[in-house]
Ligand binder design. Sequence first.
Ligand SMILES: Nc1ncnc2c1ncn2[C@@H]1O[C@H](COP(=O)(O)OP(=O)(O)OP(=O)(O)O)[C@@H](O)[C@H]1O
Length: 244
Amino acid sequence: MIRLDNLTLTYDRHPAVHHLTGEFRDGSLTAIVGPNGAGKSTLLKAIAGLLPPSSGKVDRRGLRKGDIAYLPQQAEIDRSFPLSVFDMVLMGRWKRLGVFGGAGQADRHAALHALEAVGLAGFERRMIDQLSAGQMQRVLFARLMVQDARVILLDEPFNAIDARTTADLLDLVTRWHGEARTVIAVLHDFDQVRQCFPQTLLMARECLGWGATEAVLTAANLAKARSRSEAWDETAPHCHQAVA
Ligand SMILES: Nc1ncnc2c1ncn2[C@@H]1O[C@H](COP(=O)(O)OP(=O)(O)OP(=O)(O)O)[C@@H](O)[C@H]1O
């Protein structure tokens, strides 16, 4: 279980996430939705342990760092360094192997199997800067597969990805859910969320709804999210308690 306890996250003391409380149960599949600038990516980074809370806490009870896999938005991933598809996927094993541990037969086998599962068998030697955005996302999902983490965090994983690739990768997400992993994904496509994600957190800095997707994605809640975003104040003072 990952529990957020009155969590506030700030940049230069301006709040991006405000007084968020709730929990992601073990094995749950949750979409995080909300307008641009709502704090979704910021929250994901804090859950991954990459951003310390300015107040409150993220309780990752029973989880070690290697138990959480985090896939940032594609724009944040540097593709310029020379790395083959195979080595990129193998990087998913690093936490297990350590910096100086060499990959063994089982690791190589896992990487090949993962590439096959994402439809990229035969791409092993291709350099990652020679991939389309959709192929790169398949490679990154293969890397998540070999990482074999209990918790998987995905930030806008289907952004600028075509329908076919999205459907294939959504199948993988559903499979991870079936394997009782906890999956949390930032998404913008409400149809996708309604079809594939049983739980939803709707946020606009503060929590506007968290629970069963159909109960959260109501017209009234979405209108509230929109009106909050229209009133964004980038220089909002540090503590201004959530309005219900
Ligand atoms: N590194 C940073 N330094 C300063 N401010 C930041 C930083 N990253 C994000 N912010 C600000 O924090 C707020 C939340 O940003 P965040 O990226 O978490 O939103 P988001 O909900 O993921 O948005 P989007 O849907 O546009 O990706 C925004 O006001 C943004 O400008």
